[in-house]
Design a protein around this ligand. Structure first.
Ligand code: GLA
Length: 352
């Protein structure tokens, strides 16, 4: 199916955005901290044209789902909520958006922690920017995508995913200070490439403990008398806090410190050690791992040629990312997947 077949007309514009994988800096963005994502080769593409009537019409090729939206009625559910959210935040920003036809197709895995949501938001906003010649830069576009997700999907997310989908490329790491939005494009450590394997355990952010973790961090910052946990550098500062707030804060503080270590330029071995420490912290202090992710990370970390591995994204399911020796990605991914399958799990390779 394509736009022409669904809407019986040719689209006016086409726009794409990639998914992302976060290499370090997990659950730091809503604490004003540091993140280090890269784009993945999989993309979401939208085709957009004017609607022939007073409604928006959205079609998802992967879901084979058609949604009609009356702009005056309440928010639609599912994939349409992201698109509708983007339209609404543009309207709130003072832009006039006429009724549109939008066809979406995507190769970004859904529910894997690889930002299928942000890829859809950024692709939609890029499509509308080009259709309506809107004066929006890539940072503003990412901020609007984040607002769409918070207001219309109900996930109180940070800016990591939308900034990565809007500004990262597949050949570099994007270091981002989420408070100032200062950023640096960094090379991957020498002699290393990335493997991403999905654990097969899907999760939805809206129904996970995500919003609760964010609230715990805000409590920790309040009790420590700082604007955000980003303002604390010494993990021992968290010792005065009650459990489980103490461990939540300790994860954020140590994770920010790990990201900053990369800025100095480090070896693949040192980077791998930071990834291992990050996974342990997400598992023990932040408690967002699940047995399948721990198993997958365990297999990865015991495989020759792997520098380090960790869960990526919000956790509660989704994918693991590993830093491996250049040229070994495909072989390592296959061998790890076989061991994971033999242990009774059903994963798949997302990027190798
Ligand atoms: C999700 C959110 C991001 C970020 C990560 C965890 O992907 O959308 O803002 O908080 O989880 O690092």
């Amino acid at each position: 199916m394509d736009f022409q077949q669904i809407f019986n007309a040719a689209p006016d514009v086409e726009a794409s955005a990639p998914g992302r994988v976060n290499l370090l800096g997990e659950h730091t963005d809503y604490n004003d901290g540091f993140v280090l994502p890269t784009a993945i080769p999989q993309q979401t593409t939208v085709y957009v044209g004017p609607s022939p009537d007073d409604r928006h019409h959205f079609y998802s090729a992967e879901l084979a789902e058609w949604i009609d939206v009356n702009p005056a009625e309440s928010t639609p559910q599912g994939f349409a909520s992201y698109i509708y959210g983007c339209i609404r935040v543009l309207e709130q920003a003072g832009h006039t958006i006429p009724p549109i036809n939008l066809f979406v197709t995507s190769t970004v895995p859904i529910g894997s922690g690889l930002s299928s949501s942000a890829a859809l938001e950024v692709a939609t906003l890029r499509g509308l920017r080009s259709l309506l010649k809107l004066d929006l830069d890539d940072v503003k576009l990412a901020q609007l995508g984040q607002q769409a997700e918070i207001q219309y999907v109900g996930v109180n997310c940070g800016i990591l995913d939308q900034m990565a989908c809007s500004l990262a490329d597949t050949n570099h790491m994007l270091f981002l200070d989420t408070r100032t939005l200062d950023r640096q494009i960094l090379s991957f450590p020498n002699g290393a490439e990335i493997v991403v394997i999905d654990s097969g355990v899907a999760r939805s952010l809206a129904s996970s403990g995500y919003n609760q973790r964010r609230a715990e961090c805000e409590t920790a910052a309040r009790q420590l008398g700082v604007k955000a946990l980003r303002d604390v550098n010494d993990p021992q500062t968290a010792d005065s806090l009650p459990e489980p707030i103490r461990r939540r804060a300790r994860h954020v503080i140590t994770e920010n410190n790990r990201v900053l270590k990369v800025l100095a330029g480090i070896s693949a071995e040192a980077f791998g050690e930071l990834m291992k420490a990050s996974h342990a912290s997400l598992r023990d202090d932040y408690e967002v791992s699940v047995p399948a992710l721990d198993k997958l990370v365990d297999i990865l970390q015991n495989t020759s040629g792997v520098f380090g591995a960790r869960l990526t994204g919000a956790g509660f399911g989704g994918a693991c990312v590993a830093l491996v020796k250049t040229g070994k990605g495909k072989t390592i991914a296959q061998s790890v997947l076989t061991q994971y399958t033999n242990a009774g799990y059903k994963g798949h390779i997302s990027v190798d």
